[in-house]
Design a protein around this ligand. Structure first.
Ligand code: RB5
Length: 148
């Protein structure tokens, strides 16, 4: 399973810790940067991971900025993306089980590295429950189609 990862300048150290962690868990990683702590624009990195996920280059994505919010909003503009900001383990599990989130995001200025690892593990190990949740995800896709 391949995971696309990207971040802005606020999350370089966190990104590197998370990449090591997910590699140790046995996942492959596509790293879309940034590796620089120079100020940059998070939408660039949100879009890179979003595209990798919707075009099948990656199975899912991890996005990290200061709060996780800006980069996830950017990713969610790409059709087919369901990016969810998680600051706790329960939400991380539920965004897979109920929302089939294909990207999780979190804030390097909000959660510490150990909690971030727990969040990532909970998300990666959870399974989509389908059923009524599938119907609701299909409704989200219908909203996207209305924008065409
Ligand atoms: C960068 O300073 C910061 O705005 C960004 O990392 C993120 O928190 C935006 O949502």
């Amino acid at each position: 399973m391949k995971i696309a990862v990207a971040n802005d300048h606020a999350a370089v150290k966190m990104k590197n810790e998370i990449i090591s962690f997910v590699k140790d868990l046995g996942y492959d990683v596509l790293d879309f940067g940034t590796d620089s702590e120079e100020s940059c624009d998070y939408p660039i990195y949100g879009e890179k991971v979003a595209n990798a996920v919707v075009n099948g280059e990656a199975d899912c994505g991890i996005l990290i900025c200061g709060t996780g919010v800006g980069i996830s909003i950017a990713a969610n503009k790409v059709k087919g993306v369901r990016a969810a900001v998680c600051s706790d383990v329960t939400t991380a599990r539920l965004v897979k089980e109920h929302n089939n989130a294909n990207i999780i995001a979190f804030g390097a200025r909000i959660v510490g590295a150990e909690l971030a690892k727990d969040i990532v593990k909970a998300y990666l190990e959870a399974e989509f429950l389908g059923g009524k949740h599938e119907r609701r995800i299909n409704m989200i896709s219908e909203i996207e189609k209305k924008q065409d």
